[in-house]
Design a binder for this molecule. Structure first.
Ligand code: 13P
Length: 341
């Protein structure tokens, strides 16, 4: 198969009108933090048990089209000794992999961050492909302060995202391009809108310069939200602001926009996605999810690290996946949270 056909096939397998992507790719420090919250030590075995539980959820393929894994997960097996990427694809869920190597300070731009991992990326991708991964994820992070992100910071982050995306496409991987403007802070929703517009503009400019085919990427942005320490906003206000900024900056060639949840509560993230889809009118892209915390949190708490809670945890994941599938079609109502199925 040609590379273009391979990329198109992956897009077709990932993008439809009712499913979304599960992000289960927490780095070691992050998964350690998540497991610590339920009093579970982040041993290799516990990380495997937890992620195997998520991936093996019966019926998950009805609502989820892709799972982003941490590289360790690609080589782990379920309780029947079947490799987890194989378990994933047996449900018609495409296995993907986070390929960035975390973030740190950006020299010359105090307060801005930049993500590492471009060196050797092509050869790592070759290995991940042999393990069954077909798409990749890379996250750049933009904190908001009164002087961040800087012009230089935006430019540097966009360049890195574009270089990552170009390497992925050359290697036959669909890149998830994730520029995350953080929710932390006391800024209002307008400030988030202004910053995100600048960020997305610079990202698409860089993708163009680097020859990235927009038909074969997935954009994973933040919603336009007020800072965590600011007043809250109604889903309609969030949807309106989010659609406005996306329409200004994201070309119609992009097949799908899959939001991150970024610290929103699970029900909040579902409600906001629903409002966005109810308001989308003639927006040219699919508007779906690539949630981590907002899909996993109830499952993690239901599990508590105990084998006997496995089914309960899987039910909790399936519920969030199902409600987000409805929200992604604009058919969710908060009252559904209290229904049995
Ligand atoms: P959250 O939905 O928890 O923000 O995670 C999404 C993700 O993959 C961040 O890179």
């Amino acid at each position: 198969m040609s590379i273009a056909n391979e990329l198109q096939q992956t897009i077709s397998d990932l993008v439809d009108e009712h499913r979304g992507i599960l992000a289960a790719d927490e780095s070691k420090p992050t998964i350690t933090k998540r497991l610590a919250a339920i009093g579970v030590e982040a041993t290799e075995q516990n990380r495997r048990d937890y992620r195997s539980l998520l991936i093996s959820t019966p019926g998950l393929g009805k609502y989820i089209s892709g799972i982003i894994m941490f590289e360790e997960t690609l080589g782990q097996t379920d309780e029947n000794q079947v490799l987890l990427p194989e378990v994933t694809w047996s449900k018609k869920i495409v296995p993907g992999v986070k390929v960035d190597r975390g973030k740190g300070p950006l020299a010359g731009a105090p307060g801005d961050l930049v993500t590492y991992g471009l060196d050797g990326l092509a050869s790592r991708l070759k290995g991940y492909k042999n393990q069954g991964a077909r798409f990749a994820k890379w996250r750049e992070v933009y904190p908001i302060t009164h002087h961040n992100p800087t012009h230089m910071g935006r430019h540097a982050n966009a360049e890195v995202l574009a270089r990552y995306a170009a390497v992925c496409q050359e290697m036959g991987f669909v890149p998830i391009v994730e520029p995350e403007v953080l929710m932390d802070g006391d800024h209002d929703i307008d400030r988030c809108a202004t910053v995100t517009e600048y960020v997305l503009h610079s990202v698409f400019h860089a993708l163009h310069l680097h020859g990235v085919h927009l038909e074969h990427i997935i954009l994973k942005p933040n919603m336009i939200l007020p800072g965590k320490n600011c007043r809250t906003a109604e889903p309609q206000e969030i949807a309106e602001a989010t659609l406005k900024i996306l329409k200004r900056t994201v070309p119609a060639a992009v097949p799908s926009i899959n939001f991150l949840s970024g610290g929103q509560e699970p029900e909040e993230a579902t409600g906001n996605l629903n409002a966005i889809n109810q308001m989308k009118a003639n927006a040219p892209w699919q508007l779906s999810i690539s949630y981590g915390r907002a899909l996993q949190q109830p499952a993690l708490y239901a599990w508590q690290g105990k084998a006997e809670n496995r089914t309960k945890a899987q039910k909790a994941l399936l519920k969030r996946a199902r409600l987000n599938s409805l929200a992604r079609q604009g058919k969710y109502h908060p009252a559904m949270e209290n229904e049995e199925n």
